[in-house]
Design a protein around this ligand. Sequence first.
Ligand code: HDE
Length: 704
Amino acid sequence: MSDKSLYTATADTQSDSATTDRAVDTGGGGEHHQQPDLARLTTAQGIPVADNQNTLKAGARGPALLEDFHFREKMFHFDHERIPERVVHARGYGAHGYFETTEDLSDLTAAHLFQEKGRKVPAFVRFSTVAGNKGSFDLARDARGFAVKLYTEDGNWDIVGNNIPVFFIQDAIKFPDLVHSVKEAPDRAFPQAQSAHDNFWDFISLMPEAMHMIMWTMSDRGIPRSFRFMEGFGVHTFRFVNADGEGQFVKFHWKTKQGLQSVLWNEAVKINGADPDFHRRDLWNAIEAGDLPEWELGIQVFDDAFADAFPFDVLDATKLIPEEDVPVRIVGRLVLDRTVDNFFSETEQVAFCTQNIVPGIDFTDDPLLQGRNFSYLDTQVKRLGGPNFTHIPINAPKCPIHHFQQDGQMAMHAPKGRANYEPNSWKKGGPRADPHTGFRPYNAHVEGEKRKARPESFADHYSQARQFYLSQTPIEQTHIADALVFELSKVKTPVIRERVVSHLLVIDHGLAADVADGLGLSPIPDAAKPAKDPVEGLKPSDALSIQKNGPGSFGGRKLGILATDRVEDAILDNLKSAVENIGGTVEIVSMNVGGIITKDGVSIAADEKIDGAPSVLFDAVAVLATEDGAEALAAMLPARDFVSDAFGHAKFIAYTGPAKGLFKAAGVRETDSGMVELSSPDEIDGFVSKLSDLRFWDRLSDGQ
Ligand code: HDE
């Protein structure tokens, strides 16, 4: 190649890429192509950039020059884009909103936001899975984080909770072991984002205190339909302290207004493949569509006398207080109304700390909470690179802040004046502590020997596990047994499986027998020996079941309509509007993403092509097909799967007569009363009224 031809080629490329640049680079392209409404591209130092396509070279084909400060700055910044992911709860999704107090609680707490009904503060919430890394899938069987930051006028109050009201361990010193056991093994770096493996169950089987939490994670709570359909819990017992310094114990609950809903395990594994971002997409779409998710803040308040009489220790985070014993009183509402502008700045950099409490709230001596208070501050320094992470907008309080802390990496404040210590005698001497409105701890009486010990009152590990199991519906109980069989069948070491079954025998014989049967375990091992005899006769609690606390409506849920060409307009249109009228959403799925042409010749775009939208992505489905359409669908594996999965997952199904051909091809030989034929638009109401139930559970109990 001559130098001349080379020069020409480069010039061509330049003009092509300059065009591309103009189209995609929001920072603007070269001078000639700059559009007047786009900002001028600069370096981080503000220096305008002329060429964002080529590095500076000695000759068009020559070596790159070190003096290209634009290239070096761009690459340097890119190389430093990642920060350490959270050691747990790495995968998460956040949104902004507000909290509003709906009851005056001034008799119970001095917390500013509870002094008057109607007080409103901004909020940021981050939901998460626990075990998986940042890029893992959403439908892992796991607990979900439910972390709330309330920007109150007395500083930030973080309620760093989960969607499960109890925890695996009683003492924070076991947390690194728990987390190591569930995350990938250090040698092989798998399995990731799941608990179905030897290390986890080895640890758990040696830690009977985990049994109550295991019942929850193996239940449908471990695979929520979305963040919107789960409740949140503060887990620990906290203190409310009023203006007179009087304290009461308090537990926090976030009750979802959407109702509780989970997916089936068979759905979860398929959703993870079809849409690993299922939960984050759901939250984003709901908020963007104006369907704002809402939770009520509930409190359980009790005094020392109740705590002393309660059969378990209220400082033990492996126990809950049944709502039947201490009713949950609703005192506020949390609404998420805004998606983030930037995931990294807000969701990734948000730093929750359990130690962030405000005057009127206090900790208790729960040893898990005490350990967390150390861990969260420490982890933020590592993750966010220094002590000034409170300067990052998402973490900065929205009330005035005045203190003498200074300097450090990435300091964003420029405090004025010479006073950086206290006491001082300067006129502008800076802030002073206020004994009246400042934070004062509850004056709890503390005494005792310094010991590394676990109190006797923490020793019962099975009673509440049994109470939880007995509070579930028969279908939910089956799900727990199935989950245990699945998880333990992934455990390769027989003795670990046996140890788990020996614990289950203390919880419930029927459950243990089902799991042993599912594992082909024979003979059944001896029951584990409890450190303390379980409490007999704890009453089942309806609040612990998802099925007993479902949405009761189709609001916020989704119908997938698999439609073919020449479908009747009245049926399609009326079905769509009937579902939208009750607050549901509808997506059209068709053989190709171009969409369909209805009987009246109307062209309707599809939201999804059948291959990309299996029925696991929907709460209920409809198959609106003509004879030809049904025949064509019957020849497509994804369409057959769409139907057989919807049927197998006990979903409500609406259909037009010809769709029966597809059902047959999919192995669904008989229709049942969870399926509604829409031979005319008149039948739509009958179908839609069924949708307020979660699923057509009868289909599963029929054993199909
Ligand atoms: Fe956490 N936990 N945790 N945890 N946790 C973290 O802090 C820790 C525990 C929870 O969306 C870490 O910022 C210890 C219980 C949530 O950013 C870390 C112990 C509950 C989140 C940490 C626990 C939680 C975290 C990792 C045992 C439910 C995500 C990154 C004593 C009540 C917050 C971070 C977010 C995150 C420590 C147990 C909830 C390492 C030592 C119990 C929702 O500090």
